[in-house]
Design a protein around this ligand. Structure first.
Ligand SMILES: [Mg+2]
Length: 179
C-alpha cells in the first residue's frame, strides 16, 4: 500500500501539470466486444470526457498512452482536444518521458492513472500515482490514490476533480460543452 495522507495528497495534487491516462481499464471497463471481420467495440464514459476538457481548460495537460491501436479512440480523444496521444505503445515509460520533456515538466508535476502491470513504471515514476477501484492488485499496491468508481465508469472524472479541487479550480473552468 502506497496511500498518502490527505495533506500530502493535496500537496502533490496541487503541483500536477499533466495527467497521463491509460485507456483500457481506466477510460474503458477493459472489455472488448469482438465482432465479425475483426471489429472491436469499447465504451467510454462521457463524464470522463467532460472531466478531461475541464482539466485542460484549468491548465492541466492530458496525455494518453495505450498499448493497443484504436483509430476510434484516437478520434474520440482528438475530438476532446487531447494533444498528446500515444497508441500502440507497449513500453509506456519512454513515451511518458518524451511528453514530460516536451512540456518542460518534472516527474513530480505529472500524475499517471493506470490499472495493470504495463502502467507500473509510470505509477512509480510520476509524482502522483492514481488507479481505479477495479485495478489489478499490482496497480492498487503502487497507487497513492484509488478512485471509488471503476474504470470506464467515471473514474477519470474523479481523478480530474481531485486535481482541480487541489488547485481550487473545480468551478473555475466554467462551461466547456459536452464531454
Ligand atoms: Mg489498462
Amino acid at each position: 500500500m502506497n496511500r498518502l495522507d490527505t495533506a500530502e495528497l493535496q500537496r502533490r495534487a496541487a503541483r500536477i501539470r499533466c495527467l497521463f491516462l491509460d485507456i483500457d481499464g481506466v477510460l474503458t471497463d477493459c472489455k472488448l466486444y469482438l465482432g465479425p471481420d475483426g471489429l472491436e467495440l469499447k465504451a467510454v464514459d462521457v463524464k470522463d470526457g467532460l472531466g478531461i476538457k475541464l482539466a485542460m481548460k484549468a491548465g492541466i495537460e492530458v496525455a494518453i498512452i495505450s498499448g493497443r491501436p484504436s483509430p476510434a479512440m484516437r478520434r474520440r480523444f482528438e475530438s476532446l482536444g487531447v494533444r498528446h496521444l500515444r497508441l500502440s505503445t507497449e513500453d509506456k515509460l519512454p513515451a511518458f518521458e518524451e511528453i514530460r520533456t516536451l512540456l518542460g515538466l518534472e516527474a513530480d508535476q505529472c500524475a499517471a492513472m493506470g490499472d495493470d502491470l504495463p502502467d507500473l513504471p509510470l505509477l512509480r515514476r510520476c509524482g502522483l500515482a492514481l488507479t481505479v477501484a477495479d485495478a489489478h492488485r499490482s496497480a492498487l499496491s503502487a497507487a497513492h490514490w484509488v478512485s471509488t468508481r471503476r474504470g470506464g465508469d467515471g473514474a477519470v472524472r474523479e481523478a480530474c476533480d481531485l486535481l482541480m479541487d487541489a488547485r481550487g479550480q473545480s468551478d473555475a473552468a466554467g462551461t466547456v460543452g459536452a464531454g
